[in-house]
Design a binder for this molecule. Structure first.
Ligand code: ZN
Ligand code: ZN
Length: 895
């Protein structure tokens, strides 16, 4: 790290070296930087799928977490960010199945063991590269604690959880209607089903009454399920049908007799008020079937083809083919009464987008009500809070309406369910076990393990404690549970965030974290979520390569306020990321200038306390930058604490770019160059404020700040900004007088620059300025920075006092002080008068013709209102412009 700073900021040449240096030093493990001290501060990383490729969503989520963890680490907390990867049962299995399909194979060709081996091989080969990608964006997770949800330790935690919940009666096996994906061939929880609005139909079908004439009309959106109807139901108090209850209808197409029954669950307002009942294919019908002891006829195979339980001619047909065949038959026999257009929500598999089929099957469930109750209470009593707050309502309503969680999946990749069945008819025991069983514990006969695996989320809902060694009582568990903050996108609030709170309360007796920050999502300029299928994504690694990780991070953080989405333009990376890169360049150049002018360790100001240099040695500009620096410390720290990361970034940006680089460094140059006295004080102030600025910015832009910070002379070789103390606010640096007085200096320089621009004075041309201060305070302040004003406004002379000249440009400052710049010496007044004169004439002609146009009755009455309005606005603008030019002419004394 001793080589000089490169003249050009080149992120790719510093980032990977610095990252390696950080990890070599073990800086991300809390033990190494806070031995024995500091309150723990823990964040659990949402474990990415093991085969995932980094996308902008990960980029945003992990940048936010990294900013918070770096902030707390610098504040002296024992900061631990726990990383891991998720085996992602269904997603990973699908990836490998697609690969097999390219070889013309299915998982069934390989068999279970060979298939699982194949998935492991795939995971070992491609997996965890996402973690390297997270490193490329600067994530400072403690990689020594990286877990995988199928690791031995976490698998043990999963088993322990299952067995305990079973013993407590909270895990049970049940025969219910669940969501079924006919492509993935597995059950899915309600949360794994994406509801999507689609254009569909309602078909009204006639079921003829038996033993008489007439019919009952039923309405359905899935006519193919009629093959499995076992009743028609009406509401008990529906007068239209009360005389028919107990009679039979003939189920068309199938020619089977089914009864008409009465049930309170029927909505008399829907369709005709009579509904078909298909217990094997609809959750509500399933309940009705239970109450009336109706048979369940499962007319579909797992692949959603018509099963052998249906008439021969439909068997083997895909569900939609069957639908059209059935509708054709009904139509030709006059039993299709009518068809309505109908827009409704249809469930799709969240992994493959296939339409879900409700299916009756044996599955394992977790009883959620008693787990949800304490999780709700934890929110209501303020133990946990959400940022933004409104997310608490989503959390509450989900928990209040919670249903049992189906946790078995008909997959091969995952934690196999620890249940063994005895096949001996005499015994038939079901055994749930923490260890693998080779025989039935009851009769010692052969036992076979449940074929299914557990929902992926059944392992990830445990990570706040399973990643720390639970169920063992480890040191990590004692030290780092419960954690503090959870940072997530809102889409896994129910899948993961809420379930972790439930499991934490149930197994550990404490919530896993107290503050939940649900940030927005990354969208394109049309506000569409970035996605692979839309092709509107931005590859974060490409951004890192072209603009640097710091620029990526700064762009994401500064583009996001609490609860809002981040908009990035995938079609224009340059305008999206160049502003952040330009900021990095500005910082780099300022840093190079400062460091090259320090020659040796600066005279200490005493840590963050500027009073070591005696206050009377400080110039107005010194006092001003120290006060601005202190105000920025306060503002940024508060903003970081409140997760207002964009506000923190904005405050630091303004301090570095404007206060420090554009003003203070410019102001201080003559002292640094030895042209004015007080160079050592200037060096002390510039060194301290720059050091503070780097530390404040470090959480957002870790690489460039480290590269510059380590270059301060006298820094020990092992010093890292990542564990440097967080800057503290210091009341002694507060200086409202300096802020006011130097603020006036800035305003004055700005005003003179404005006048120069307005009259086209060449940049190299010096001018005089006469300033009439409003009061003695203003006069004193300006006098102190006289040489700064002269230099920065390019003045030949500055007089403070009464202005007696007439010809020139002038301005009034916010405190009432007047500025006058005589122009006679700087520009050719005669020519300027001429230019202004012809411009006034031109505007006059335009005004005249516009007035004629607007005085024309025909135009005004015929043209659209907004066109007329626009023309009126033009007229007003030209008139005003003309007044301005006339005023200028007057000031220049034009004849
Ligand atoms: Zn699927
Ligand atoms: Zn047995």
């Amino acid at each position: 790290m001793s080589e000089p700073l490169a003249p050009q900021y080149n992120p790719s040449s510093i980032e990977s070296d610095l990252y390696r240096w950080w990890t070599d030093q073990g800086l991300f493990a809390p033990e190494s930087h806070a031995p024995g001290s500091g309150d723990p501060y823990v964040i659990q990383m949402p474990p990415p799928n093991v085969t995932a490729v980094l996308h902008m969503g990960h980029g945003l989520n992990n940048t936010v977490q990294d900013v918070l963890i770096r902030f707390e680490r610098m504040r002296g907390r024992r900061a631990l960010w726990v990383p891991g990867t998720d085996h992602a049962g269904i997603a990973t299995q699908n990836v490998v199945e697609r690969l097999l399909a390219q070889e013309g194979l299915t998982r069934f060709d390989l068999g279970r063991d060979a298939f699982v081996d194949r998935v492991w091989a795939h995971v070992r080969e491609t997996g965890a590269s996402i973690l390297d990608q997270l490193k490329a964006i600067g994530s400072s997770a403690d990689w020594s604690r990286t877990y995988f949800t199928l690791d031995e330790g976490l698998s043990r935690a999963v088993r322990e959880t299952f067995v305990r919940l079973y013993e407590e009666g909270l895990v049970y096996r049940g025969h219910y209607i669940i969501n079924w994906c006919p492509r993935c061939l597995t059950a899915l929880s309600n949360e794994e089903v994406d509801k999507e609005e689609v254009d569909g139909h309602i078909w009204h079908l006639r079921y003829g009454l038996q033993g008489g004439t007439g019919h009952v009309t039923v309405a359905t959106t899935r006519p193919e399920t009629m093959l499995g109807d076992t009743a028609v139901a009406v509401h008990p108090s529906d007068d239209r049908y009360s005389h028919l209850i107990g009679r039979q209808v003939l189920l068309p197409v199938v020619d089977r007799s089914i009864p008409i029954i009465a049930d309170d669950a029927v909505d008399p307002e829907f369709g005709s008020g009579a509904v078909k009942v298909t217990p094997a294919h609809d959750p509500l019908d399933f309940e009705i079937g239970r109450r009336h002891a109706l048979p369940s006829i499962d007319v579909m195979t797992p692949e959603a083809r018509i099963s052998l339980a249906a008439p021969d001619r439909f068997q083997g047909l895909d569900r939609y083919e069957a639908r059209s065949r059935i509708l054709a038959e009904l139509e030709s026999s006059g039993l299709l009464e009518r068809v309505e257009e109908h827009r409704h929500a249809v469930g799709h598999c969240y992994r493959c987008a296939t339409v879900i089929e409700p299916r009756l099957s044996d599955q394992w469930f977790v009883r959620m009500e008693s787990l949800a109750r304490p999780a709700l209470a934890a929110y209501r009593d303020g133990t946990i809070s959400f940022v933004p707050e409104r997310r608490g309502d989503d959390y509450t309503s989900w928990l209040e309406a919670i249903r049992d969680w189906v946790i078995s999946r008909q997959l091969w990749w995952g934690h196999r369910i620890p249940v063994w069945y005895c096949d001996s008819p005499a015994c038939g025991a079901t055994s749930v076990s923490r260890t693998d069983l080779s025989a039935c514990p009851e009769c010692k006969g052969p036992a076979r393990q449940d074929e299914d695996v557990l929902d992926t989320w059944f392992s990830s809902w445990l990570v706040p404690f399973s990643s720390l060694g639970w169920p063992d009582n480890t040191k990590d568990l004692a030290m780092y549970y419960p954690g503090n903050t959870l940072v997530s996108s809102p889409d896994i609030l129910f899948f993961w965030v809420a379930r972790m709170i439930m499991s934490g309360l149930h197994f550990m007796g404490q919530v896993p974290y107290t503050r939940i920050y649900l940030h927005g999502v990354v969208r394109d300029t049309q506000h569409r979520k970035m996605s692979k299928s839309l092709g509107n994504g931005i590859d974060p690694l490409e951004v890192v390569e072209r603009y640097g990780a710091d620029a990526l991070r700064y762009s994401l953080i500064s583009g996001m306020s609490v609860g809002t989405d981040v908009i990035l333009d995938p079609k224009d990376l340059e305008s999206t990321f160049a502003p952040a890169r330009n900021f990095a360049n500005k910082l780099w150049n300022a840093g190079r200038f400062i460091l090259s002018n320090l020659d040796g360790p600066p005279r200490p100001l005493g840590g963050d306390h500027p009073v070591v240099v005696r206050k009377k040695e400080l110039t107005l500009a010194d006092r001003w930058i120290l006060a601005r620096c202190d105000a920025t410390v306060v503002e940024a720290t508060e903003a970081y604490e409140r997760f207002r990361l964009n506000e923190a970034a904005g405050a630091i940006y303004r301090f570095i770019w404007s206060d420090l680089a554009d003003w203070y460094i410019e102001q201080v140059k003559p002292r640094l160059y030895g042209e004015q006295p007080g160079g050592d004080v200037a060096r002390a102030v510039v060194a301290q404020t720059f050091d503070v600025a780097l530390r404040l910015l470090h959480p957002v832009m870790p690489f460039i700040t480290e590269a510059l910070w380590r270059k301060f002379a006298g820094r020990p070789e092992t010093a890292s900004i990542s564990i440097a103390p967080w800057p503290r606010a210091d009341r002694r640096a507060q200086d409202p007088d300096a802020l006011r007085d130097f603020g006036l200096v800035q305003e004055l320089v700005g005003a003179i620059r404005g006048i120069r621009a307005e009259y086209g004075i060449a940049p190299g041309q010096v001018v005089r300025a006469v300033v009439t201060p409003n009061d003695a305070t203003a006069s004193k302040g300006l006098e102190q920075e006289r040489s700064t004003i002269i230099r920065l406004a390019k003045l030949a002379a500055l007089s403070l006092g009464e202005n007696r000249e007439r010809v020139g440009g002038h301005a009034v400052l916010s405190d009432g002080s007047a500025v006058f710049v005589p122009l006679g010496e700087a520009i050719d007044i005669g020519r300027e008068c001429g230019r202004l004169g012809s411009e006034v004439d031109r505007l006059g002609r335009m005004v005249e013709s516009q007035e004629r146009k607007l005085g024309n009755e025909q135009f005004v009455s015929r043209a659209p209102g907004d066109v007329v309005e626009r023309e009126r606005q033009k007229l007003t603008a030209w008139k005003e412009q003309s007044q301005v030019l006339l005023k200028k002419r007057e000031l220049l004394g034009c004849s």
